[in-house]
Ligand binder design. Structure first.
Ligand code: SDX
Length: 392
């Protein structure tokens, strides 16, 4: 057993690394990126500023931000052969599977693995992925909707271009909508990093074998896809829809969630670290009211969501287990109000988490962390003599 005496399933009590990127205090609901409070960043910064902060450690000056954005724009074109890969997918393919494949394909188009000790090499890889990833995200949505694959434009901002590529209709100029731009900017900031969550730990451990940045990100996308992790935002909307179809009877679903015989969980509730409230959920809940109000959208599932959250507050099962709404509980309601299809919700989570994954991968490599290779406690058969097949 290699001297291992205890194991820690799900690493509930194991620290995997030292990191200077994100700080969480689960008891007090504190989240800071490089020391800055998430509440300040969500209110006062924009997504590209936060990406720069997470990756390079400091808020950029205006000149640094302008240069960062213009370098990113230089890489906002994707090799035409990528379109052939997208065409090869059936329309029924889930956008997260398409995105994971396209992201690792980028490595194939650029076999030179990133020399992390070269600032320039690392910077070029970072602006390349920040330039191409939103195009891949938009194209997975266009593919799903049978719309032509398109590009952003030179004169638009980073988030504006994401919306343009996702929503512009053929032969019709795309009209920017400030409400959508601000809503998406805030959502991406709130998803940008979250210390050693499942997908970030995946990016780190894949990168620890010195696999390329894009291959590591592709692995992170697959981990995020799971309904216990980023896939929860899609599962929340599907659950809320089911409750609505079922007459809005939240008590029945609360009872299902508590029934140990029933595998059903209340999606969007609970968190490994936050044992009071998820500060992001608080901000997103207010944003949901604001955005739906500004867009003039009435969505009955928002009331169902609020009803569930309210009931959980006074339900012993939930209170005892400290199960409160997490980042995934309200985000899908905003995405839907913005016109984003439900199977794209987790892709939007990946788009937000991209700078955090990059920052964490870069920190892991710069700190020359060893390859991740845990041990185990063996509980299988003792040594056995081989039997030929006619003796079995
Ligand atoms: C994200 O780690 C991160 O930071 C993730 C994330 C990020 O930004 O990267 O914040 C994003 O993934 C948010 C979480 C999204 N997932 C969901 O909403 C899925 C539903 N929630 C869970 O399955 C669960 O709460 C987890 C996965 C979030 C946390 O699981 P843990 O920490 O392993 O807790 P657990 O499964 O051991 O549950 C403890 C108890 C159990 O009951 P008992 O065995 O003690 O009786 O709480 C119960 C669980 O059955 N429980 C739930 C529940 N979540 C936990 N019961 C009903 N509904 C739920 N949602």
């Amino acid at each position: 057993t290699g001297g291992v005496t205890t194991i820690d399933p799900g690493y509930k009590n194991t620290g995997s690394c030292e990191s200077a990127i994100t700080f969480l205090n689960g008891e007090e609901g504190v989240l800071r990126y490089r020391g800055y409070a998430i509440e300040d960043l969500a209110e006062k910064a924009d997504f590209l500023e936060v990406a720069y902060l997470l990756i390079f450690g400091e808020l950029p000056t205006q000149d640094q931000l302008n240069k960062f954005h213009s370098d990113i724009k230089k890489h906002s074109v994707v090799d035409d052969d990528i379109k052939k890969i997208i065409d090869a997918f059936p329309k029924t393919a889930h956008p997260m599977g398409v995105l994971a494949s396209l992201t690792s394909a980028l490595t194939a188009f650029n076999p030179s693995s990133v020399n992390v000790d070269s600032e320039e090499d690392m910077y070029n890889a970072i602006v390349r992925i920040l330039g191409k990833f939103p195009v891949l995200v938009a194209w997975t949505m266009r593919k799903k909707q049978g719309l032509p694959l398109n590009y952003g434009s030179e004169d638009l901002g980073y988030v504006e271009n994401i919306l343009k590529m996702m929503f512009e209709k053929p032969n019709k100029a795309y009209e920017q909508n400030e409400i959508l731009i601000n809503a998406l900017d805030k959502l991406l900031i709130l998803h940008a990093d979250h210390e050693q969550n499942c997908s970030t730990s995946t990016v780190r451990i894949v990168g620890s074998s010195h696999a390329g940045l894009f291959a590591s990100l592709s692995a992170g996308i697959s981990a995020l896809w799971g309904p216990l992790h980023g896939g929860a935002n899609q599962a929340v909307l599907e659950m809320l829809e089911a409750i609505k179809e079922d007459g809005g009877d939240t008590k029945k679903y609360m009872a299902k969630a508590k029934d140990k015989e029933d595998p059903f969980r209340l999606m969007g509730f609970g968190h490994r670290v936050y044992k009071n409230f998820d500060p992001r959920a608080k901000i997103i809940k207010k944003a949901a009211d604001d955005v739906l109000g500004d867009l003039g959208v009435e969505d009955p599932v928002l009331d169902i969501a609020k009803g569930l959250a309210q009931e959980a507050l006074s339900d012993d099962y939930f209170v005892k287990r400290k199960l409160y709404p997490n980042v995934d509980f309200y985000s899908g309601i905003i995405y839907r109000a913005m016109g984003i299809p439900v199977e794209m919700f987790t892709v939007m989570f990946a788009l937000g988490r991209l700078p955090g994954w990059i920052a964490q991968w870069r920190e892991m490599r710069l700190r020359k962390e060893p390859i991740g290779r845990p041990r185990q406690i063996y509980i299988g058969e003792n040594h056995r003599e081989f039997k030929s097949i006619n003796q079995r």
